[in-house]
Structures are given as C-alpha cells and as structure tokens.
Design a protein around this ligand. Structure first.
Ligand SMILES: [Zn+2]
Length: 342
C-alpha cells in the first residue's frame, strides 16, 4: 500500500453487499478501485462527506453517488493523507485534540452533574413535596411513627394532665403564630432518656421526655416545638425522605412491611438528619413563633448552648434532628443569638 492508498469496505447503497476495495486519495480526488484494479468511483474530495476521526472507529466516507466507504484510520495515516490533500480538520475536532479544552469540557460536565445532584434533587423533592397528596404524606409519617414505636420509642412517663396542658399551650401558640399548619403532637420516651424532638412527614411532632427534662423550662420546650413546627410548615421531613430514599424504598415505606424490622429505625433517624439550610429555617421559624407569642427567646437559646456543652462533653451526638451534628450547633447558636440581640 502506498502512503495515499487504503484498504476499505465499499457499500454501493444499491445492495447490502460490502465489497473489499482500495481507496486512493489521488490529488484532490477520492478514487475507489476494485481489487482487480478497475476504477469503481472517482469524486472530488470537496463533494464527499466524511465522519469525524475517532481513535478506535473507522472513518465513514459518503460519496455523492450514494456509496459509502468504511476506512480504518490506521493510526492517523488516513488523517495525514487527507491533510496532505488539503482536507481541513473541523474546529470541533481541533478543539477535541487540544487537551486543555478536553479538561475544561470534562470539568464542566462534572460540575453540571454535581449541580444537578446537589441542586436538582432538593429542588425536585421540594416540588414533589408541595404537590404530594396530604393522604400520602400522612401515611408516610404514620408508617415512620409505627416503626419508631415498635423498635425505639416508649410511652411518655409524664402524667396525662401535664401533657394535655403543654399540648394546649402549644396549640394556642401555634394558632397565633402559624395558623393553618397542620400538626399532631405526640409524647414519647426512650429507655436511654434521649434528648430530642422531631417532625415526621404529614405533621407528626414527637417530643421526648428527655428533652422536656433537659429543657427544664416550658418556654424552652415551646421554642423547641416551634422549631419542629417550622420543619412541618416547610415540609422538611417529606422533602428529606423524597431526596434521600429511592422510589422503591418510598413505596416500601408506604405500602410494604417497612416497620416490621428494627432496621427501619436507623433509616428513619438517618432521614431526619437535616441540612444546615433546613435547620436554620426551622430556627428562624421558632424565633418568629416565640416572638408572635411574646415568649422570651432566651430559654430556647439556653437549651441550644447547653446542648453544645453536653455534646462537647460526650463526643459525637447520636441523635437526629434537634441535636443533629450535621448543621453545626455552634453556628445555629450564633444565629439565634443574633435574634436574641435584636
Ligand atoms: Zn431541626
């Protein structure tokens, strides 16, 4: 084979047969010769269409006659022959060969995928949560509560009278500060006296005995409940579930035997570890909630400070939501402190 000759397959376009031929770049023409040397086609290079060169794929050259040639690149030998004949390389191909451009394109792609994941998923979850039928949301929360009740939570040790009084106080405050936010307050306890409160999809707000004892002050408990009501108002739990479990898992939680296994508990608690943004929104909600009811923010602030001190003493917090380590408590304290200052 001479430098300008290439073995190729020729498809005439009239039948499905592929014929072994020799393609020659002859001056400014493409010449196709059968193996016996007879010329089958001859066309100016300017009228043929060529696929872009790729390292590991043959080049397709479409002739005006309708025939197509499949030619191996042969490590760039074809590209060199075409270049000698004056065939210009397309700007896209030139760009692709320039490695900084490849890096930029790759970085752009990674950024786009990350953005879609980081921003797109929460956005989609928000959109879906706002349109989810209340029945589905309620069922989701109830199923999660069933799972927690079976394997993690126990009944509250506080007497019914006390619970009713707090529930009424909270209901009055909620009516004043956030009318129309549907919630259901549930009192529970854990054997290890967990200091926590959390909101489940559909508006279930759970407050644990441990938190009430730790808070000590009713205003502080109301601040925490206001924070949880914020999670309800913004549908944080539903959004969190939507963006952290797959569709299959979601279906399992809604209609499967989700609550049957103890493994459902870490899943529920894991899902309730909110982002910084969610916690800040809930804290702002709590502040507005307390202000609307002319309750001092100080006891709520004090609870946050004491939680940090306790967390520092004990190491990693093992509980979700309220003392979640995820959005740094120190940052939240600073935020609430600013409100305290105003
Ligand atoms: Zn929270």
């Amino acid at each position: 084979m001479r430098a300008n000759e290439f073995r190729a397959w020729f498809f005439s376009g009239r039948d499905g047969e592929a014929a072994a031929v020799v393609m020659r770049v002859d001056g400014e023409r493409v010449v196709v010769e059968a193996t016996d040397g007879t010329v089958r086609e001859s066309e100016p290079l300017t009228t043929v269409m060529m696929s872009e060169p790729f390292d590991h794929a043959p080049r397709l050259i479409t002739l005006r006659s309708g025939g197509t040639l499949e030619v191996e690149e042969e490590g760039g030998r074809l590209a060199r022959a075409l270049a000698r004949a004056g065939v210009a390389v397309s700007p896209v191909v030139q760009l692709r060969r320039w490695w900084p451009a490849v890096l930029v394109a790759l970085a752009g792609l990674i950024a786009l995928v990350s953005l879609a994941y980081l921003k797109g998923l929460p956005l989609a979850a928000h959109w879906v949560a706002d349109r989810l039928p209340a029945g589905i949301e309620g069922r989701l929360g109830d199923q999660m509560l069933v799972a927690l009740d079976r394997h993690y939570l126990g009944p509250s040790q506080f007497d019914a009278e006390w619970r009713e009084r707090l529930a009424r106080r909270f209901a009055d405050a909620a009516t004043k500060a956030a009318p129309g936010v549907p919630y259901r307050l549930e009192f529970r306890a854990t054997s290890e006296e967990s200091i926590n409160a959390f909101a489940l999809p559909g508006g279930v707000v759970i407050v644990l005995d441990g938190l009430v004892r730790f808070a000590g002050d009713e205003a502080a408990v109301l601040g925490v409940l206001g924070h949880e009501l914020g999670h309800v108002a913004y549908r944080h739990s539903t959004r969190q579930v939507l963006q952290s479990v797959g569709v299959g898992m979601l279906a399992g939680m809604l209609w499967g035997d989700f609550s049957g296994t103890a493994a459902s508990v870490p899943l529920v608690l894991g899902v309730l570890k909110y982002s910084r943004g969610f916690e800040r929104e809930a804290d702002d909600f709590a502040i507005a909630f307390l202000r609307a009811n002319e309750i001092s923010i100080e006891p709520f602030y004090d609870v946050l400070v004491r939680l940090v001190e306790r967390e520092e003493r004990r190491g990693i917090a093992t509980l979700p939501d309220f003392i979640s380590t995820h959005p740094s408590l120190a940052e939240r304290i600073e935020h609430v402190f600013k409100a305290l200052d105003e």
